[in-house]
Design a protein around this ligand. Sequence first.
Ligand code: NAP
Length: 269
Amino acid sequence: MRLRDGARVWVCGASSGIGAALVHELAARGCRVAASARRADRLAELAGSARGEVVPLTVDVTDRAAMMAAEGEIRGRFGAIDLAVLNAAYWGQFSVDRWDTDVIRRHFETNVIGMAHGVEAVLADMRRRRGGAIAGMASLAGYRGLPRSEAYGATKAAEINMLESLRIDLRPSGIAVHTICPGFVRTDLTARNTFRMPFMLERSMTRPPSLVPYPGALWPPSRMESTSACVRAKVTAACTSPTPVHRAMSAGRRSMLPFHTRRTRSYAA
Ligand SMILES: NC(=O)c1ccc[n+]([C@@H]2O[C@H](COP(=O)([O-])OP(=O)(O)OC[C@H]3O[C@@H](n4cnc5c(N)ncnc54)[C@H](OP(=O)(O)O)[C@@H]3O)[C@@H](O)[C@H]2O)c1
């Protein structure tokens, strides 16, 4: 999909990291952007520093009624929503030594139920208009189990699955569904991590000479496209051959991922 000037976009989970960077980029490209999250101060700062129209909205994705109300407010202002980027998520390292189902519940409530609330909020009007797009921010962590990721990884696997089904079911209604699966990106979310994060993507990253933009990129040529091209290259590499990602994750800690290394070998063979 190509975003035209004046496209109306709702970014959920916009107060920091990938969401905030996306808001800056979209606003600079002439999109009308609604930026939602819980931290009102961060959103106000974002709206003040963006080079374009950004409407800040304080909304918790776990609050269904608030999500429906937010959609109504954005539609009231913009007329319609062309693209909803469902990006909000919680990540906390899981400990098998202190198994706590509440930690898993918290991840599911924010990541999966939060995404479901976002879909529910935009669906009725998009169906009525027979158009629009939903982009769900999942993760490479959804494809394979990673250490300390019992809670987060399970939610990302659920998101990928939900978005894939949705993509098929909404195609006849003219609604596009995109599943985005980044690898590691340096944000507040990863700042807390104490383990190795191979192939970390930096915000200032420039396009490696070997990477060309892929056809149908979500964003036109720019810094953002170089990011999505990198992400896509990594996703493709990880999907077709998970070996490099998992080998890199376990480098120097060979005992940590015996299952992956074993399965990966037979998978690749
Ligand atoms: N960074 C990575 O390496 C990486 C890799 C793969 C996928 N991802 C995915 O990329 C997305 C963005 O992550 P990030 O790295 O940019 O992390 P981040 O900087 O921590 O951003 C997370 C965003 O989600 C919002 N959020 C969290 N809980 C919320 C709630 N209950 N209601 C509304 N908003 C909520 C946060 O805002 P408030 O706290 O203000 O509500 C924040 O704006 C996530 O879906 C994440 O899973 C990240």
